[in-house]
Design a protein around this ligand. Structure first.
Ligand SMILES: O=C(O)CCC(=O)C(=O)O
Length: 319
């Protein structure tokens, strides 16, 4: 199968053009463009800035812990224009940012784009992670002393797209393991419930990890991890959470919560911006297959905490 792919054009691994080619079985989002790390030691920057606290509603925390997902209406409404402006550059110049991925084939309509690990390259994202209440919110909902930033991830489906986001958990794609994890996913556009990301309630508590899936084809990654199982088909009878979203509405979900979408056509551009957070019990894990992102130079042994010079602890404030 042919699809759009980013091709490094010289020995630096920098990508300046999108061309077409045959690809292997892996996801297309992990090809080398620019380096995702720009700052040698992010602790210095993190320590220079204070972040606000967050008074979480105990009932909302209980919902998150029980269902693996909770919706906070309007939680980040004031951030929408800035984050959307930052994302626009990423959409227009994918190869200038890290891990861009096009998940629609040429014969399909619309565009399903995502890109991640750009918080050091997009000043609006830098400002959000360093200054917003997201870090304190993440710690409160995870029931964790700390909130350590893993990365951010932005998604866009353009009008005409009918590509389903395959049902998946995020944890099996990542080189981390733990029970205290959270994604803070902010809608940037009005989104009807039919096309919004939806969640299988309670799926974070089954103890099962499901094999990662390629967003373009929907097929499972080839992985030798014998403990992972296939993703079940989610049907109307399942206990699914789905809601229409307005810009700034925010879904909090555990890395283990199964989520995906229908293939209902997108009528209005639908963008979302997610930050991914690690709590007290999260540790590095060696996954047999490819991880998102691949981090061959991370230099950690299984069981070690993620390094704070790459992944800043943003809650609590350091002083
Ligand atoms: O917005 C979507 O369709 C997918 C979002 C997603 O998979 C995620 O944030 O992990």
């Amino acid at each position: 199968l042919k699809h759009k792919r980013l091709v490094p054009n010289d020995s630096t691994g920098q990508v300046t053009s999108i061309s077409f080619g045959q690809t292997g079985p892996m996801a297309v989002g992990n090809q080398s463009t620019v380096a995702w790390r720009v700052i040698d030691d992010v602790r210095l920057l993190a320590d220079a800035v204070q972040r606000p606290g967050y008074e979480a509603d105990p009932a909302e925390i209980a919902t998150f812990q029980r269902d693996g997902v909770v919706l906070l209406r309007g939680a980040f409404a004031e951030w929408v224009p800035a984050i959307a402006a930052g994302f626009q550059r990423n959409l227009e110049h994918p190869a200038s940012y890290a891990f861009p991925s096009e998940s629609t084939f040429d014969h399909e309509t619309g565009r399903f784009f995502d890109s991640y690990c750009n918080w050091q390259r997009i000043p609006e994202y830098t400002t959000f992670v360093l200054n917003s209440k997201a870090a304190a919110m993440a710690a409160a909902f995870m029931g964790s002393e700390i909130a350590q930033l893993f990365h951010e991830h932005a998604f866009c489906k353009e009008p005409g797209t009918q590509k389903q986001t395959p049902w998946h958990q995020d944890l099996p794609y990542y080189c981390v393991d733990g029970q205290q994890t959270i994604s803070i996913y902010m809608a940037l556009d009005p989104t009807p419930a039919e096309t919004a990301v939806r969640f299988l309630k309670g799926s974070h508590r089954t103890g099962q990890l499901h094999r990662p899936r390629d967003f373009m084809r929907g097929n499972e990654y080839e992985t030798s991890d014998p403990t992972m199982v296939s993703t079940p088909e989610i049907t109307d009878g399942d206990d699914v959470f789905a809601a229409a979203l307005e810009p700034g509405d925010t879904l909090l979900f555990d890395f283990r919560t199964l989520h995906g979408t229908t293939d209902a056509p997108i009528e209005q551009r639908r963008r979302a911006f997610s930050t991914r957070w690690l709590g007290d019990d999260v540790r590095y894990v060696d996954r047999p297959g490819e991880t998102s992102p691949p981090m061959p130079d991370l230099g950690l042994r299984p069981g070690e905490p993620m390094r704070q010079d790459w992944f800043p602890v943003l809650w609590p404030n350091s002083n």
